[in-house]
Ligand binder design. Sequence first.
Ligand SMILES: [Zn+2]
Length: 88
Amino acid sequence: MSSGVIEMENQSKNSNENLHDSSIQKMPAFDCSCGCRILIVPDLFAMNNAIKDHIKEHKQLTGKVVTEQFLADAIIVTLAKDATIDQT
Ligand SMILES: [Zn+2]
């Protein structure tokens, strides 16, 4: 998305509520094949819990079992892609 600049301009004009929303949108997220979005947080403990929660959720949605390692790897790939996008 190229709307990053516009969002930043809105931030300075609008209230703190919008500031808060924008900071959430900036968080990277992993879009799983099952259609769920896992928010990628800098807190390792929270990230581990999110992965463990999603393994259960993913199984309920698709009937397929994913491993923690698979999700962790997929999240790292997502982060690497985000970093590339930011540079362009
Ligand atoms: Zn999933």
